[in-house]
Design a protein around this ligand. Structure first.
Ligand code: NAD
Length: 511
């Protein structure tokens, strides 16, 4: 088994074996905070994906024959490993994706919560007993696994999101081929070690390291029955249209957001400022639920702006492993460029820039971290206009627009809904009517009141509407995506009786 940082090459995990597979190419995991190489990995090719899918396909028959409870036993082993290796894996998350350490550890905690949910759910009822129109019939719904599930995950929750997908797919009786994000292969390596240590039967769990081409080889293969994808809208839409067009195949995709917080004239401004700062800058704005739009009533605009800007000017950017850090670096140099372009776009569209810490001062960058992908908050005010691209396109960074509105909650919600996305949002108000109006009219899957619009609990649905996805790859909803339902009706009498009064008489030609 290989499980190393440093120079040793880490492998794929296919059919219960660690393997270089095709082995024709390698890639590195690089620290976003220092630029140093953390570990080397073999890069997956179509041939590696083919081997993984063959193993997963072969393993489905025996795996689905096990009881839910026996399948869940393997997940309980992993639950204990996640807890035992909490500190170690949390630090790897921080090192590999640059999230500050409390977020790195929270990623691992969320993963074991999801494993707990999925494995615990194995002892809960699965399916429904339903009444029949005919007295002598039993009618009920049973679930069956779909078969092979392809899981494709993003870098920003490199431990939690894979378990949102895989824990449920596996307990429900599917086998899995997983491709971790290319930026966080070390987390992928440790998760695969956990499955290996748990003794999961060969072929049931397979991991292929690599890039988008390996991901596409999974989604395009006819042996895959369900694709679970979390990532950008561009890739998700491509997968949804490709896979959705194939009969018998299903894609559940969770994508990005252009999330907003409404701060009404009835807001408690302490809560408003605190919630907005967390939603804007936690994870350096690189959460799917990060807020890039703050929609603030004119009566409280000036006071809110002053207090928010004062914190944004000074919020601690630094080494993700230091507990005093609030924001770590951006994930990779290409992403720093993407954030730069979004900031420039806002300026071209007429932004009045209030905070520009995009290029941090030398004294703000921690010693020894000069080669990190550093960016700081960029905050601007702009007059709302439906044609502004900077208010519609996801930046996925600490890039925030302040929008002043007049009028009622209805006006604020109209601005809030004016994006192609529909993932998360929050309202800050002490007036329950305003809160309830937001709850009923905001076009989003995750709505918060008097809270940041970040944060998830695994037993709640997680997912968006519009361009943000179809709200499937989480908890209960994911079960729909990885199982097929069979409606069973069973006759308890000797006669055949039909619903809707349909005649069961067979009449003959001579009658
Ligand atoms: N809604 C959610 O639950 C949620 C959660 C986290 C992140 N996100 C979104 O994810 C994005 C950031 O993550 P990212 O940069 O890793 O996203 P990404 O779309 O670039 O990559 C996600 C995964 O898809 C793979 N991939 C890339 N091209 C592919 C292709 N053509 N076919 C198959 N797989 C392919 C990547 O290798 C990676 O594993 C943001 O837009 C963010 O909002 C959404």
């Amino acid at each position: 088994m290989s499980h190393q940082s440093g120079t040793q090459l880490n492998q794929h995990y296919i059919d219960g074996e660690w393997t270089d597979g095709d082995g024709s190419d390698t890639f590195a995991s690089e620290s976003p905070a220092t630029g140093e190489t953390l570990a080397e990995f073999t890069r997956g090719t179509e041939a590696d994906v083919d081997a993984a899918l063959a193993a997963a396909d072969e393993a489905t028959e025996e795996w689905r024959e096990l009881s839910y409870i026996d399948r869940a036993e393997y997940l309980w082993e992993i639950y204990h490993e996640l807890r035992d290796r909490h500190q170690e894996l949390g630090e790897v998350v921080s090192k590999e994706c640059g999230k500050e350490i409390s977020e790195g550890k929270a990623d691992v905690t969320e993963a074991w919560h999801m494993v707990e949910w999925a494995a615990g759910n194995a002892r809960h009822p699965h399916g429904d007993v339903v009444p029949s129109e005919v007295g002598d019939k039993d009618a009920y719904m049973r679930r069956k696994p779909r078969g092979v599930v392809g899981c494709i995950t993003p870098w920003n929750f490199p431990v939690a999101i894979p378990f949102w997908h895989m824990a449920i797919a596996l307990v429900e009786g599917n086998t899995v081929v997983w491709k971790p994000a290319e930026q966080t292969p070390w987390c992928g390596q440790i998760i695969a070690e956990m499955f290996d240590d748990a003794g999961i039967p060969d072929g049931v769990f397979n991991m292929v390291q690599g890039f988008g081409d390996a991901g596409a080889a999974i989604t395009d293969d006819e042996r895959v029955d369900t694709v679970l994808f979390t990532g950008s809208a561009e890739v998700g839409q491509e997968i949804a249209s490709k896979v959705g067009g194939e009969p018998g195949k299903l894609a559940a995709c969770e994508m990005g957001g252009k999330n907003g917080i409404i701060i009404t004239e009835e807001a408690d401004l302490d809560i408003a400022v605190h919630s907005a700062i967390m939603s804007s800058f936690k994870t350096t704005g690189q959460r799917c639920v990060s807020s890039e739009r703050l929609i603030v009533h004119t009566d409280v605009y000036d006071e809110f702006k002053e207090r928010y800007v004062e914190i944004a000017e000074d919020v601690a950017v630094g080494d993700p492993l230091e507990e005093s850090t609030f924001m770590g670096p951006a994930i990779e140099p290409e992403h720093v460029e993407k954030i730069r372009k979004h900031n420039e776009l806002a300026e071209q569209e007429g932004a009045n820039v209030l905070v520009d810490r995009f290029e941090l001062g030398e004294d703000e960058i921690p010693d020894g971290h000069e080669d990190g992908n550093w960016v700081g908050p960029f905050v601007y005010e702009i007059e709302y206009d439906t044609d502004l691209r900077c208010l519609k396109e996801e930046c996925f960074g600490p890039h925030v627009a302040l929008l002043e509105y007049e009028g009622d909650i209805e006006d604020a919600v109209e601005i809030h809904n004016d994006t192609p996305y529909g993932l998360a949002g929050a309202v800050i108000s002490e007036d329950y009517r305003q809160i309830n109006y937001f709850r009923d009219h905001a076009e989003i899957g995750l709505a918060y009141a008097n809270l940041p619009c970040i944060g998830a609990e695994v037993h709640l649905p997680f997912g968006g509407v519009k361009k943000s996805g179809n709200g499937y790859p989480s908890a209960r909803e994911a079960i729909e995506a990885v199982t097929e339902r069979t409606a069973w009706t069973m006759n308890n009498s000797k006669d055949i009786q039909m619903a809707q009064g349909l005649s069961a008489d067979i009449t003959m030609q001579d009658d």
